[in-house]
Design a protein around this ligand. Structure first.
Ligand code: FES
Length: 80
């Protein structure tokens, strides 16, 4: 599953699953370009996937986004 974020009209897509545990980033809180996991409160930059705040240690995967005719498309080389 994926998490889709809209930051001031720009879309960003990451894996939904937190790299630390069972949290869902799609259900987390978004503040600017940082999402806070809904489980332990770890934070990721949704533009780069980098960890912003522990307990997360591993970055989350991000996907290039294209918006075409109002549809959000991602460039995913394999089945997700
Ligand atoms: S499961 Fe996301 S911070 Fe622990």
């Amino acid at each position: 599953m994926l998490a889709v974020f809209n930051v001031d009209g720009e879309y960003y897509v990451t894996d939904d699953a937190c790299t630390h545990g069972p949290g869902s980033l799609a259900e987390g809180d978004l503040c600017g370009d940082v999402v806070e996991c809904n489980f332990h409160g770890g934070q990721f930059n949704i533009r780069t996937g980098e960890v912003v705040s522990p307990p997360c240690m591993l970055p989350v995967r991000t996907y290039p986004v294209i918006v075409e005719e109002g549809r959000v498309l991602i460039d995913a080389p394999e089945r997700i």
